[in-house]
Design a binder for this molecule. Structure first.
Ligand code: SF4
Length: 213
């Protein structure tokens, strides 16, 4: 049997999400937001849930927080945004941008797991508490404060592949609390240093980000 490509699997998952009524969020969404980016991305960013602009456009991270995320990806990592994959734990907007409930996360999380298993990234970056909680729970890791799991490299298995996991604050938190922006910047710098080390490992001694773009 010929196995499907990551592009085919992601397209199938996006179609299922467009029809999904597994939790009540389908009733209030304008557009579901499956995710976007390179199906063969080495890095996957996982946020919490779509907000107003994402709901209108059906695309992840396109509002103010999205602009900050894009800036971090392109200026700190020096990688064009379309070369990574960006998605959320919950694919439909919770009304008034409230936090997703445990039940909504439980209903929606299988889509994210399947997306990760299709992409098979080398590194995942959890943006915020809900994303970190869901991903780290697969490795039996619990935490109280998002700040306690920053600046660490975890390993979590998805589809028989061990993937490095980094946790940072949600970009919206950096906008809401400007002093927290340095956390986001420091965490992206850590991510960049890991990418450079991985580049050195696979290519000999030359520090390069080439294989991540
Ligand atoms: S949030 Fe997820 S589970 Fe709920 S309706 Fe949307 S796609 Fe389905």
């Amino acid at each position: 049997m010929i196995s499907k490509s990551a592009t085919e699997v992601l397209t199938e998952i996006a179609s299922e999400i467009r029809e999904c009524k597994k939790c009540r969020l389908w009733k209030t969404r304008k557009n579901p937001v499956p995710g976007e980016g390179n199906p063969e991305a080495k890095i996957v960013f996982i946020g919490e849930a779509p907000g107003y602009h994402e709901d209108v456009q059906g695309r992840p991270f396109v509002g103010a927080a999205g602009q900050l995320l894009t800036k971090m990806i392109e200026s700190v990592l020096e990688i064009p945004r379309p070369q990574v994959y960006i998605t959320n734990v919950v694919k439909c907007r919770p009304p008034n941008n409230r936090e997703p409930t445990e039940e909504e996360i439980k209903s929606c999380s299988s889509y994210l797991v399947r997306q990760i298993e299709a992409i098979r990234p080398d590194i995942m970056v959890c943006l915020g508490r809900h994303s970190a909680k869901l991903i780290l729970s697969r490795a039996g890791i619990n935490f109280r404060s998002i700040l306690s799991v920053r600046q660490k490299v975890f390993e979590v298995e998805f589809g028989n592949k061990k993937t490095k996991v980094l946790v940072t604050i949600h970009p919206a938190a950096a906008l809401y609390k400007p002093p927290w922006r340095r956390f986001l910047e420091d965490d992206f710098r850590l991510l960049k240093s890991i990418l450079i080390k991985e580049g050195e490992k696979s290519r000999g001694t030359t520090p390069t980000l080439d294989q991540f773009v």
